[in-house]
Ligand binder design. Structure first.
Ligand SMILES: *Cc1c(COP(=O)(O)O)cnc(C)c1O
Length: 394
């Protein structure tokens, strides 16, 4: 059956690897490190990449292929590879395209470990970078150098939920022959498809909303065939391969991504509206809330507002910490994209090593709280947040 023209949910459920001789309905786990050749000629042809087929699970495995082929269908990508974690995807997707002396332009609010790759690791191989502030749309053009080879960004940004205009940034990149690599982890393919706005590479941490249940790590790199061939070369020989068990789980996770994201988004929207009216809250940010400074852009490039809501408590750091301590149901964790709602206070945890100025540059005030809205009943989520806000008052 041709799935390309089917709806999102249908693709996510019906994309499966061919059945084995057992005629199973649910795809089994292919727990095998290697595969047999039919004869010497078949082995030769496989190695020469003249025929398709599995050789060794560092190169390919049916479970990982099902996961990544499905993700390609959902993102509108030609090809992709699955990786053991989101960070493996970030590193390999960057390293596959850069040579000594090249330069990357990235948004300042990239994920913490991506920041370490750009600032600590790539310079060891002579690759430099320039950061652009999320609220400086002209910064991308200005940051370009003759050796700039890649733009890298996330939208919505973490944790401030500022948006970057994918189509506009791609237009700047195209005019200078620069590859665009978008970490689409926050939005998921259900809400936003960077390739449809012209991005070359889409990277994912499948650990977050794609798994959606906090069980495992995973990642993926997607793009056109030519780009992914380059990525494949590096991945085959450096070994960031996903385990078949994770591929099996994550492919099943994608089957329910649409229904889960619908609920994450409706819960988050309801929470954002509730917080907007709360007397202990100074400011709320949610991409599909009309008060978001980039509401129009949010409506344009995201089908729904996503599962994350951020807000500022009135009295800064102290009240932010008190709020976390007063929560009874919500989990305190640095993770996101889980069935369980999670609260994070970036200024005292994930971003505590930054100076006040650095935090300001990425939009993190001392009272900023990030909620990853889970799938519990929204009344219970709101009740817990409401009581914690009242108890956190000075
Ligand atoms: C979590 C995360 C990553 C890293 O993914 P892991 O699966 O933890 O390695 C990268 N980018 C973003 C935006 C993330 O939220």
């Amino acid at each position: 059956m041709e799935l390309r023209n089917k709806a999102f949910e249908t693709k996510a459920i019906r994309q499966q690897v061919p059945k084995t001789a057992q005629n199973e309905h649910s795809v089994p786990i292919f727990a095998t490190s290697s595969y047999q050749f039919e004869d010497a000629e078949h082995a030769r042809a496989l190695f020469a990449q003249e025929v398709e087929g599995n050789i060794y699970s560092r190169y390919s495995n049916p479970n990982n292929d099902e996961f990544v082929d499905k993700l390609c269908l959902l993102e509108g990508a030609e090809a992709g590879i699955a990786t053991a974690s989101g960070m493996a995807a970030m590193f390999v997707s960057i390293a596959s395209f850069l040579n000594q002396g090249d330069h990357v332009v990235a948004c300042r609010s990239v994920f913490g470990s991506t920041h370490q790759i750009l600032t600590q690791l790539l310079p060891r191989w002579g690759v430099t970078h320039t950061y652009v502030d999320v609220n400086d749309p002209d910064g991308w053009e200005k940051a370009i150098q003759p050796n700039t080879k890649m733009f890298f960004f996330e939208t919505p940004s973490n944790p401030a939920l500022d948006l970057l205009d994918i189509e506009k940034i791609v237009a700047v990149a195209k005019a200078h022959n620069i590859l665009v690599n978008v970490d689409n982890c926050f939005a998921t393919p259900y809400l936003q498809n960077p390739i449809s706005w012209g991005a070359d590479i889409v990277t994912h941490s499948a650990t977050k909303f794609i798994d959606g249940q906090g069980r495992m790590l995973g990642g993926a790199i997607l793009g056109n065939r030519e780009a992914i061939d380059k990525v494949m070369f590096m991945a085959r020989h450096t070994g960031p391969a996903m385990s078949p068990f994770n591929g099996w789980i994550l492919s099943k996770s994608l089957e329910t991504l649409a229904v889960r994201m619908d609920r994450h988004c409706s819960n988050a929207m309801e929470l954002a509206k509730f917080l907007s009216e709360h007397d202990q809250v100074a400011k709320v940010k949610y991409p599909h809330l009309e008060s978001h400074p980039q509401y129009e852009l949010g409506r344009k490039q995201m089908r729904k507002g996503g599962g994350i809501v951020t807000f500022e408590v009135k009295d800064g750091l102290e009240q932010g910490r008190n709020f976390l301590n007063a929560l009874e149901m919500l989990s305190l964790s640095a993770n996101l994209g889980d069935t369980r709602s999670i609260a994070t206070h970036p200024a005292s945890t994930t971003h505590s090593k930054l100076s006040d100025e650095e935090r300001e540059e990425v939009g993190i005030s001392k009272g900023l709280v990030r909620i990853s809205t889970g799938l519990e009943n929204i009344s219970d989520i709101i009740e817990d947040i409401d009581q914690a806000l009242h108890r956190s008052k000075k």
